[in-house]
Ligand binder design. Structure first.
Ligand SMILES: [Zn+2]
Ligand SMILES: [Zn+2]
Length: 80
């Protein structure tokens, strides 16, 4: 497998060490290319900010952040 952006070779067993999956499209992205976006999540007592790894194609515009947070909740289904 390879980084979906720079084409660098990645090893499956080094997931989380040299590469991560985009939270949206699931493509492998090396740590040199990965981006992180901050999203608001609703916890039981308060909202908190979480960061999720995304690839270049899925990097959201700032104005979409609210929409993104909804998508994240739907995709990941995390309800802390
Ligand atoms: Zn890369
Ligand atoms: Zn992506």
């Amino acid at each position: 497998m390879e980084c979906s952006e720079c084409g660098k070779e990645l090893r499956e067993d080094e997931r989380g060490i040299t590469w991560r999956e985009c939270s949206f499209c699931g493509k492998p992205v090396c740590l040199d290319c990965i981006r992180y976006v901050a999203v608001k999540r609703k916890g039981i007592y308060k909202e908190f900010v979480d960061t999720i790894p995304v690839c270049k194609n899925c990097t959201p515009e700032k104005r979409l952040s609210d929409k993104l947070a909804k998508i994240v909740d739907e995709v990941l289904g995390i309800d802390l």
